[in-house]
Design a protein around this ligand. Structure first.
Ligand SMILES: Cc1cc2nc3c(=O)[nH]c(=O)nc-3n(C[C@H](O)[C@H](O)[C@H](O)COP(=O)(O)OP(=O)(O)OC[C@H]3O[C@@H](n4cnc5c(N)ncnc54)[C@H](O)[C@@H]3O)c2cc1C
Length: 376
């Protein structure tokens, strides 16, 4: 790490210890999201790390973003994914938005005053995202949206929503991307999901009932929506990898510390070789996931859009998070299964990382597709 990165990590560590960590146990229980924490992350510059300075970002790299997310995730996966998804929305606006759209929407997002949400999934189309049914019918001066979106991270607390809707025929080429703002007529929030993990990150259904969206809110051109969504997910998968690495590292830290303090059979449980081997495996998997994730981020920063590596990083890091958090609970024994210790929350937070931004089965499809391209 360079000097700037060390400083960045130290300031996040301090912020999380003072402002996030003390709330996590009861906020997880109460499913509470605190906007002020997101605003404060914005004051530290963490909500627009990779965006250009002219739009209020820090103009830093994806490696820097991954370092920040890894650190936030050690305290809270919920706030880390809120930052990750909002940054993904900003990168969509920055890559595909026109100058007016960038000037209008980016500064509030980069500063952390507002949150962005990415809206692709629908109840019948998750992995098969190009089968989405929400429609955007062209009308005078804009489009009329009808339909609903499911499982939208930051639904209800976000202000800017990038919504994929169908302007054309069936399939990927009939999909367009729109900027929809909180409060637009005909745009309502549906039910808030009750979840196993990520409980401080609200996940909601969005409902569009004859919602008029002005033509100026179309991103790029009609029919570009699926390309926009997939290119965003290529970046999002790297950042989800970083979140998973942070979570795994924290679970490992807690497990080793506990094993050194807990005595059974008149010795610290750390002394049992059965547990030592388990922790050695955990540490190795965490490090392997970290190396893969940062390699994917580095290649992205270098302008090599390495789809295969991004999928590998997401799959490896999130499978590791699931394994390592489960083992951390095991090492804690009975107390690990209670909310007295944070490891049970880590295990619940890990599970959904294997599902979002393309399930890990979908990542295998992507990796295999890239292998076919390479070898054919
Ligand atoms: C907490 C949370 C937050 C989310 N946030 C967002 C968000 O912000 N924006 C958004 O758009 N979406 C979001 N999602 C939705 C998420 O992206 C989808 O849940 C995910 O893509 C999987 O879709 P699905 O749930 O419909 O599962 P399905 O697609 O129905 O999959 C069910 C199972 O079948 C497997 N499967 C499906 N197709 C194949 C195949 N071809 N080969 C092998 N196996 C396959 C899957 O891997 C999975 O195991 C979120 C979901 C959750 C739970």
């Amino acid at each position: 790490m360079n000097e700037m990165q060390v400083e960045l990590i130290n300031s996040i560590k301090k912020f999380c210890a003072q402002n996030i960590e003390p709330h996590m146990e009861h906020d997880d229980r109460d499913e509470k999201f605190r906007m002020e924490i997101f605003n404060q992350l914005g004051e530290l510059g963490l909500t627009g790390i990779t965006l250009p300075e002219e739009y209020g970002g820090l103009g830093l790299s994806y490696v820097d973003l991954c370092l920040a997310l890894e650190e936030i995730a050690k305290s809270s996966v919920s706030y880390a994914v809120t930052v990750s998804v909002s940054t993904m929305v900003q990168s969509i606006l920055n890559m595909y938005g026109n100058e007016d759209q960038k000037k209008k929407y980016l500064p509030a997002l980069t500063s952390g005053e507002e949150i962005g949400a990415f809206c692709l999934s629908e109840s019948h189309s998750g992995s098969d995202a190009s089968a989405l049914k929400t429609t955007a019918r062209k009308t005078d001066g804009g489009y009329i949206l009808n339909g609903s979106k499911m499982w939208i991270t930051s639904g209800g607390v976000a202000k800017t929503y990038i919504v994929m809707a169908r302007t054309g025929d069936e399939g990927a080429k009939g999909i367009s991307a729109f900027i929809v703002r909180d409060g637009m007529e005909g745009f309502e929030y549906g039910k808030k999901e009750k979840k196993m993990g990520w409980r401080s990150s609200p996940t909601r259904e969005l409902v569009f009932n004859n919602c008029f969206v002005p033509a100026e809110n179309l991103l790029a051109q009609e029919g570009k929506g699926f390309t926009i969504a997939m290119s965003a997910l290529d970046r999002g998968r790297i950042t989800i990898g970083a979140v998973a690495v942070g979570l795994s590292q924290r679970a490992l830290d807690e497990a080793v510390k506990y094993s050194l303090e807990r005595n059974q059979f008149k010795q610290a449980i750390f002394e049992f070789q059965g547990l030592q081997w388990m922790m050695a495996d955990m540490a190795t998997e965490v490090e392997a996931s970290r190396l893969l994730t940062y390699q994917a981020a580095k290649e992205f920063d270098a302008g090599k859009n390495n789809v295969k590596l991004a999928s590998m990083a997401k799959m490896k890091a999130t499978d590791t998070a699931m394994k390592v958090t489960t083992d951390a609970v095991q090492i804690h024994g009975g107390v690990g299964y209670t909310s007295e210790y944070p490891v049970e929350r880590f295990m619940r937070d890990a599970k959904v990382l294997q599902i979002v931004e393309g399930t890990n089965q979908v990542q295998k499809i992507v990796i295999a597709r890239e292998l076919r391209k390479h070898y054919q």
